[in-house]
Write a protein that binds this ligand. Structure first.
Ligand code: SF4
Length: 377
């Protein structure tokens, strides 16, 4: 892939967490003593891949948990990533943080390092749910973290919440969302609990020691959230993302629109804006070893998407957006025919511009997309 392409966004994957959450299948390690070595490798990758003056619209640090980085390591990595970038004045720079890491001192450091948006992993405000998920913070810690962040000048804050928890009811979800809205943050990401393979939760569900989440329960929470936030004039701009006007996440929005991005760190992905994806090895020791060599061994794999694969990705990604899939993106394919039943049932709106999910259709995004894949490309 051409690394000289302007990076629409730069993503930094910090592959460490203090604890393993029961449901999580992201790439992370809890061996925090390895942080300095892995950061050294990430600094090297940044030096190798980010040319001086690279234009970047946004910067996003995710993981894992970027907020676990000790001060010196965060500063070292941030310098290596930012030094070559030509970031526009006021560019969105997001740091994912967990409530237990948010202190007045860490907030001051993050601001001084140029982060202007925090994404806070709240997940639930109820302690018994946090215990069930394997999260170390308390519900009160999350509220305290958000207020501290606001006091420190972070007005652009996003909260993550999880719905459809086994044993929960709609009343609990309404209370959770109410507590989030009371904090006055302008962005919410809400995800249904899913059982991913090879997670502690999937083992526990298989053994019968944890209840599996119910699709009907999740659907009830989703329906209510979407309707309620729209009633409150929020922008329901993506299937899992909601913003007050003007607060859409710019980094993720560009990613969904197929803009190029460069991902640094173990397990990070990159995209050249055309057809080539690049996936860094999902192993901290493997990544570190490859980048520690005088001539780095390959620490990534390239994948060139076929027309069909690109089309499938476009359908899956664009249907999840409020704007839907445009006719230009369909490139002449007869999707009105493939989707006639969804359109007839009012779950998909078709017009001159393209196709957008409507009403109950939002609960069937994957099934709608799958019906487009039966087409010959
Ligand atoms: S959910 Fe977040 S904090 Fe928990 S293990 Fe996954 S990446 Fe780490």
């Amino acid at each position: 892939m051409s690394e000289a392409v302007a990076a629409g966004g730069v993503y930094v994957h910090v592959p460490f967490c203090r604890h393993a959450c029961r449901y999580c299948d992201f790439h992370f390690s809890t061996l925090l003593k390895r942080i300095p070595d892995v950061v050294s490798a990430m600094v090297r990758e940044a030096e190798l891949r980010l040319p001086q003056g690279l234009p970047a619209a946004t910067l996003y640090w995710g993981g894992g948990t970027p907020s676990v980085l000790p001060e010196a390591e965060l500063v070292r990595l941030n310098q290596a990533v930012r030094a070559p970038l030509a970031l526009a004045e006021g560019a969105e720079c997001t740091l994912e943080v967990n409530p237990e890491d948010v202190t007045d001192r860490s907030l001051a450091l993050w601001r001084a390092q140029g982060f202007n948006r925090l994404s806070v992993g709240v997940q639930s405000f109820r302690d018994e749910r946090l215990d069930w998920m394997g999260r170390p913070h308390r519900g009160r810690d999350a509220e305290d973290a958000v207020r501290r962040a606001q006091d420190a000048g972070f007005s652009n804050l996003s909260l993550d919440l999880i719905y459809g928890l086994p044993g929960s009811g709609l009343g609990e979800w309404q209370e959770q969302v109410g507590r989030a809205l009371d904090l006055g943050t302008p962005h919410l990401s809400a995800y249904a609990l899913t059982v991913e393979p090879r997670t502690a939760l999937s083992h526990d569900v298989a053994k019968g020691t944890a209840a599996a989440p119910s699709d009907d329960r999740a659907a009830e929470d989703f329906r209510w959230l979407r309707a309620e936030l729209q009633r409150q004039a929020w922008d329901a701009y993506e299937i899992s993302n909601y913003a007050k006007p003007g607060f859409r996440a710019q980094h993720n929005s560009a990613y969904w629109k197929g803009s190029p991005y460069v991902g640094i760190g173990p397990g990070a992905h990159s995209f050249d804006g055309r057809r080539t994806r690049r996936a860094n090895v999902r192993s901290n020791p493997g990544y570190q070893k490859a980048l520690a060599a005088p001539v780095p061994a390959e620490w990534f794999e390239l994948e060139v998407l076929s027309d069909q694969e690109w089309f499938h990705e476009q359908v899956l990604t664009q249907l999840r957006r409020q704007e839907g899939l445009s006719r230009a993106e369909a490139q002449g394919r007869d999707l009105d025919g493939a989707w006639s039943s969804w359109i007839r049932q009012g779950m998909l709106l078709a017009d001159d511009q393209g196709w957008r999910l409507e009403g109950e259709g939002w609960l069937w995004a994957d099934a709608v997309a799958a019906d487009a894949f039966g087409l010959k490309v």
